[in-house]
Design a protein around this ligand. Structure first.
Ligand code: DX5
Ligand code: ZN
Length: 222
């Protein structure tokens, strides 16, 4: 697959929810290509965020790619709702869906790109049978649930492992990395083969978000 420059996906989790439309507008103007939307159910992860209506209401405020990350048990119950809300990518956790192949097919049938995610303690082996059907793999580099955590180094080898499998087998999924990504860590994940950098706290703590995105892309090149 031809390597293009790193896609930056600011995560709304770290935005100010009382000023949601303004925060999305700041992503639109930042030069980032995707908006990452973290859906949490208080069961799969110890936190609760928002559902499909939130995403539907945001949809008219941005033309960027909506990258929905479902941190919920039995995500197959919600796939259709998130597709109808305007998500472009829907990513589910391998650990949360018993019939993962069926769930990913359901996402594709609903007209969205299908992603699968791994928590830090899960290995690539668990998703080998679905690698030929996914559009995106989301490697969690922190334990999911909260923004602002530090990247767990032992998760990094999964990025190069997936890049090498993609090369060998001719697959074309994107490799996205989520958790603790900032100016200090983005170079490492890019060199290992990441295509998408999800970035919550590091993006939203910046006043000048345009310069931040430019700096992230620069750091990914070196
Ligand atoms: C965590 C979420 C992340 C979160 C990342 O469970 O999946 O998308 O927003 O936040 P940072 O970039 O602050 O680690
Ligand atoms: Zn996420």
């Amino acid at each position: 697959m031809e390597k293009t420059s790193l896609i930056i996906a600011p995560s709304m989790l770290s935005s100010d929810f009382s000023r949601t439309a303004e925060e999305v507008e700041s992503i639109n103007k930042s030069g980032a290509q995707w908006v990452h939307l973290d859906v949490m159910d208080g069961m799969f992860v110890p936190n609760i965020t928002f559902g499909p209506k939130f995403i539907k209401d945001l949809r008219p405020h941005s033309d960027l790619v909506f990258d929905t990350h479902l941190m919920v048990n039995e995500p197959e119950r919600y796939v259709v709702h998130f597709a109808q809300s305007g998500s472009d990518y829907i990513t589910v956790h391998a650990e949360a869906s018993v019939h993962l192949h069926r769930t990913l097919q359901m996402i594709k049938d609903s007209g969205c790109k299908a992603g699968v995610s791994l928590i830090p303690s899960s290995s690539v082996t668990s998703i080998l049978p679905v690698l030929d059907m996914v559009d995106l793999i989301l490697i969690m580099t922190v334990n999911p649930g909260f923004g602002g955590q530090s990247l767990i180094p032992s998760t990094l080898e999964k990025i190069s492992e997936l890049a090498s499998i993609r090369e060998k087998k001719g697959y074309d999924y994107l490799i996205s990395v989520d958790g603790g990504i900032n100016l200090s860590t983005v170079g490492t994940i890019a060199r290992l083969g990441a295509d998408v950098a999800v970035c919550g706290s590091a993006f939203f703590c910046e006043q000048d978000r345009f310069s931040f995105v430019q700096a992230m892309v620069e750091h990914a090149r070196v």
